[in-house]
Write a protein that binds this ligand. Structure first.
Ligand code: G6Q
Length: 537
């Protein structure tokens, strides 16, 4: 089988890109008055307008042919079957089972995993109800009023993003904090105004061996015991979410207070597993289930819709077009909703840890670009900062604008202002402003180049009616599947993360070297000098 760049569709796309080189979005829209409606798709409460990408009907036809030639359908079926599609770790990637209905079956190694998932959800719901109702008491008999999630990476970014996104639906008489960084500042600032007797720690770690999480969990235990003074308090103030019952017990958390999941849930795909316990504590079990239903609706669409009308497939293929054929290097995630302020950070991990790889599944170096960089901020704030580069810079980025028709906090005209800005930015990027238009406004000739906009800069617009648990779930599932589609086209394992290992190993070696000033240093001269400098201070 030829490598990806040798596939007929890949070659045809390269030729097609050259043929489109002088085409501007202005021309494409002028030639097809229906383009805005034609290049759009709806699924699971979301509307994707992808018409402002530099594509025509032939580009789409060729991208869909590329999906076929990369066996996308077979790879989706393999995911659904629970095959070990995470080849380097020999694991299934079956996060779709986390949101399956009780009537469905998903098997790993011949065992249906859905009953266990629903049993865990029921335990989580029962626990959350008891904490929220005040029935679950702290060691001194007071109800819990603060929840501190301790975890990092996939055990933090999903929970904190979901909490912030769904804050509107959360208990306002409780505090929710998220501690991830091994920097002691993170923990100290998170707990400084909390009452230990009313604080519950949720220690989230799939492996329960992660250095940062264990350091923070030990700090939490010391903080709690310095106030409550009795080891028996741990059982009332600590719960764990993990796959590793032995390590949880070793830490001193009663396995009865542990919520489990399985190794076929990748960290960055785990916010809808038991790792979502803090989310459920905040929004309640019914809202959590509504979020799972949103995930499930997008899963069903992804699995069953023809590729030409399939939202995650089209979204993923457009990223391939922009990355591999138009040379775009980054994707700006621009939610026009303040509640989604952590969504860009969440997506950074989802996309870049999944597809930031340089070898194909069989270990050969790839000869094409893989994941672009992801970054972003909520609009309209970003407009007053980095949008300058998006409009007139020499670096090419694509933008995903995300917005909601209605606001959860209507405030006079403000939602209309917000939405007008979203729509205007996508329009400005696509169509720009020609030098002639600028001159016609009477601008002095020497300023014309400064005030012209080339346009022809691609973007997607994603709209839903309102930010609800269900639309959030569907949005996350859309990106999960888009990332998978891109990984299939790039022929990489989107579910491992070996690239994070080396830094961890080197840090483990340096910790004792910082501690012991007499330890010989055998690194390079820069690393040695930095360690000596840090020892002095
Ligand atoms: C995610 C990664 C990584 C992981 C963290 C935390 O896909 O695997 O971000 O989530 O390293 O790991 P633990 O949950 O095991 O502490």
């Amino acid at each position: 089988m030829p490598g990806r760049t040798g596939l007929p569709a890949w070659k045809a796309l390269a030729a097609h890109r050259d043929a489109l080189a002088n085409t501007h979005l202005r021309g494409l829209f002028a030639a097809d008055p229906q383009r805005g409606e034609r290049f759009a798709v709806d699924a699971a409460g979301w509307h994707l307008d992808y018409s402002k990408n530099r594509i025509d009907a032939e580009s789409l036809r060729l991208l869909l042919a590329l999906a076929d030639q990369c066996d996308l359908r077979a790879r989706i079926d393999a995911m659904w079957r629970g095959d070990k599609i995470n080849v380097t770790e020999q694991r299934a990637a079956l996060h779709i089972a986390l949101r399956a209905s009780a009537a469905e079956e998903f098997a790993v190694d011949g065992e249906d995993v859905v009953p266990e998932i629903h049993a865990t959800l029921a335990r989580m719901a029962d626990f959350c109800a008891r904490v929220r109702d005040g029935e679950w008491k702290g060691y001194t008999g007071k109800p819990i009023r603060a929840v501190v999630n301790i975890g990092i990476g996939g055990s933090d970014l999903g929970p904190v993003m979901a909490y912030e996104a769904l804050r509107h639906y959360s208990r306002r008489d409780m505090q929710f904090r998220f501690v991830s960084n091994v920097d002691g500042t993170d923990f100290c600032e998170a707990v400084r105004d909390l009452d230990p007797s009313q604080t519950l720690f949720v220690v989230c770690s799939k492996t329960f061996t992660t250095q940062e999480t264990l350091a923070n969990a030990h700090a939490a235990r010391a903080w709690l015991l310095s106030s409550l003074g009795d080891d028996r308090a741990i059982a009332r103030h600590f719960v764990a979410v993990s796959t590793n019952a032995a390590e949880v017990a070793k830490f001193g958390i009663d396995p009865a207070n542990m919520f489990g999941f399985r190794d076929w849930v990748g960290g960055r795909y785990s916010m809808d597993s038991a790792i979502g316990l803090s989310t459920m504590l905040a929004i309640g079990a019914d809202n959590f289930r509504a979020m799972l239903d949103g995930f499930h609706a997008m899963d069903t669409h992804f699995h069953s819709a023809p590729f030409a009308r399939n939202l995650p497939v089209l979204h993923g293929l457009l990223s391939i077009w922009n990355t591999n054929f138009l040379g775009v290097e980054s994707v700006a995630i621009l939610p026009y909703d303040q509640y989604l302020k952590r969504f860009p950070a969440y997506l950074q991990q989802l996309a870049m840890e999944s597809n930031g790889k340089q070898v194909s599944q069989d270990g050969a170096r790839v000869e094409y670009a893989t994941s672009p960089l992801y970054w972003g901020e909520p609009g309209t704030n970003g407009q007053h900062s980095f949008y300058q580069l998006l409009h007139q810079g020499t670096r090419r980025a694509t933008c995903d604008f995300i917005g909601f028709r209605t606001s959860l906090n209507p405030l006079g005209e403000q939602h209309r202002l917000l939405l007008a800005n979203l729509v205007a930015q996508a329009e400005a990027l696509a169509f720009g402003k020609t030098a002639d238009d600028v001159r016609a406004e009477g601008v002095a000739e020497h300023l014309v180049p400064h005030r012209s906009f080339d346009g022809n800069r691609p973007s997607n617009v994603l709209l839903a009616d309102a930010l609800t648990p269900a639309t959030l779930g569907a949005l996350v599932a859309l990106y999960e599947h888009s990332v998978f589609v891109q990984g299939v086209i790039w022929d990489i394992d989107s579910f491992d993360q070996w690239g994070v290992e080396l830094g961890k190993q080197l840090a483990a070696r340096i910790v004792p070297e910082l501690h012991d000033a007499s330890a010989p240093l055998t690194h390079d001269s820069s690393t040695n000098a930095l360690i000596r400098r840090l020892r002095r201070h």
